[in-house]
Design a binder for this molecule. Structure first.
Ligand code: GLN
Length: 384
């Protein structure tokens, strides 16, 4: 077996969802909505499957979807992307990330990742033969400080950034991202920007796409996800957008990872990306309402919470909440003894982990959130 995979455990999301099922727990762990997504988008998929072609679509993605992605980013971010040479449709953002890493990292290249880091990045960097280096961000704001960014230097080839940040729930300001961009430009670094949470931002905050910052157009791979935009995480339709030479390189990896993506879902996502601004605004308002409901319930129960500016996630500070357990022990006991699943944030660190924060997913129906609050309150009574 390849040593990269031999050394790995099952992902924490799969582990916690399996435990939630075994203990019939309320699952606030793995990040997925417990709703079915917009009906019109699902109907578009069903029409495309019944009436359209179900044979191999083009390797780069259906032209109608690549055009829709390009039009969507022009509308929301003022970014111009050539749908034929700068957009590649992938099997979810995870495949886009893997293809980008495999294509752009050569053996021996230094790759800087920011901790907390999404779990798929590091194994793929290792598989590509990259040399990982970490920038460790600290709660509660997970700021991109100059001190942290100093890790990016002349020896760095690629930076992998998640913005907005899972699990930190930060929507990085233009100012912070500009500082990161300046270092990348100075040291001629490529950036793989995992921006799957770009639409899930709250309280009037807007996402700044890294590719739109001065000097970043030619060195950024922007990764997006229909699963997150339309609350359809099971569809696994994502994309990578970058300058033609980068996109062509990523397509070479993609053609042997999945080759292409189911055409019916691609057609439906093309339809969905064209929905009016109201859809995207309502989605944000709905998630903000759920965040506030969970936050209010937990605050009333005496939990200390970190700010949540975007993503599906709200974090609990364990010591601040009077709980004297590390995050993983808390999560393992909470699912078994209190019937609620959550994600330990230490799982997002490869070294020097932060072990006092627990991540909750609030993309849930009110009754799920209310049951979660009740069970977290029980956990606090048991372990507090
Ligand atoms: N993105 C999801 C999360 O952060 C997990 C997806 C997965 O299970 N691979 O919870």
């Amino acid at each position: 077996m390849n040593p990269v995979f031999a050394a790995l455990k099952t992902t924490v999301f799969t582990e916690m969802s399996a435990l939630a099922q075994r203990h019939a727990a309320v699952n606030l762990g793995q990040g997925f909505p417990d709703s079915e997504g917009p009906r019109d988008v699902r109907e578009a998929a069903s029409r495309a499957i019944l009436d359209g072609s179900n044979q191999y679509p083009p390797m780069q993605g259906l032209p109608v979807l690549r055009q829709a992605i390009s039009a969507h980013y022009r509308r929301f971010h003022g970014v111009e992307l050539d749908p034929d040479r700068e957009v590649l449709v992938t099997a979810g953002a995870t495949e886009a990330i893997s293809a980008a890493i495999l294509a752009l990292v050569a053996p021996g290249d230094e790759v800087v990742m920011l901790q907390p880091l999404y779990d798929s990045y590091l194994p793929m960097v290792r598989l590509a033969g990259g040399v990982p280096r970490f920038i460790t961000l600290q709660p509660p704001h997970w700021d991109l400080t100059d001190e942290a960014l100093a890790t990016i230097g002349p020896q760095t080839r690629v930076v992998i950034l998640n913005s907005p940040l899972n699990p930190g729930a930060v929507v990085y300001s233009r100012d912070q991202l500009t500082r990161l961009a300046e270092r990348c430009i100075r040291h001629d670094v490529l950036v793989i920007a995992d921006e799957v949470w770009e639409h899930i931002t709250f309280d009037g905050r807007t996402h700044t796409p890294l590719i739109a910052l001065p000097g970043m157009r030619e060195r950024t791979v922007k990764i997006g996800s229909a699963g997150k935009i339309f609350s359809l995480t099971g569809w696994k339709v994502g994309w990578a957008c970058a300058a033609p030479a980068l996109t062509a390189a990523i397509a070479k990896a993609h053609q042997f990872l999945t080759f292409t993506v189911a055409p019916g879902t691609q057609a439906a996502v093309a339809y969905g990306l064209g929905k009016d601004d109201g859809y995207f605004a309502d989605m944000r308002t709905g998630y903000a309402r759920s965040r506030d409901r969970l936050a209010a319930g937990l605050t009333a129960e005496g939990f200390a919470l970190l700010p949540s500016e975007g993503t599906y996630f709200l974090n609990i500070d364990l010591p601040g909440s009077g709980i004297d357990l590390d995050d993983r022990s808390f999560c393992l006991r909470a699912v078994e003894e209190a019937g609620v699943a959550a994600i330990p944030v230490s799982a997002f660190y490869e070294e020097n982990p932060v072990t006092r924060i627990v991540r909750l997913c609030f993309a849930k129906k009110d009754e799920t959130l209310d049951a979660g609050i009740e069970r977290l309150a029980k956990a606090k009574r048991l372990f507090g």
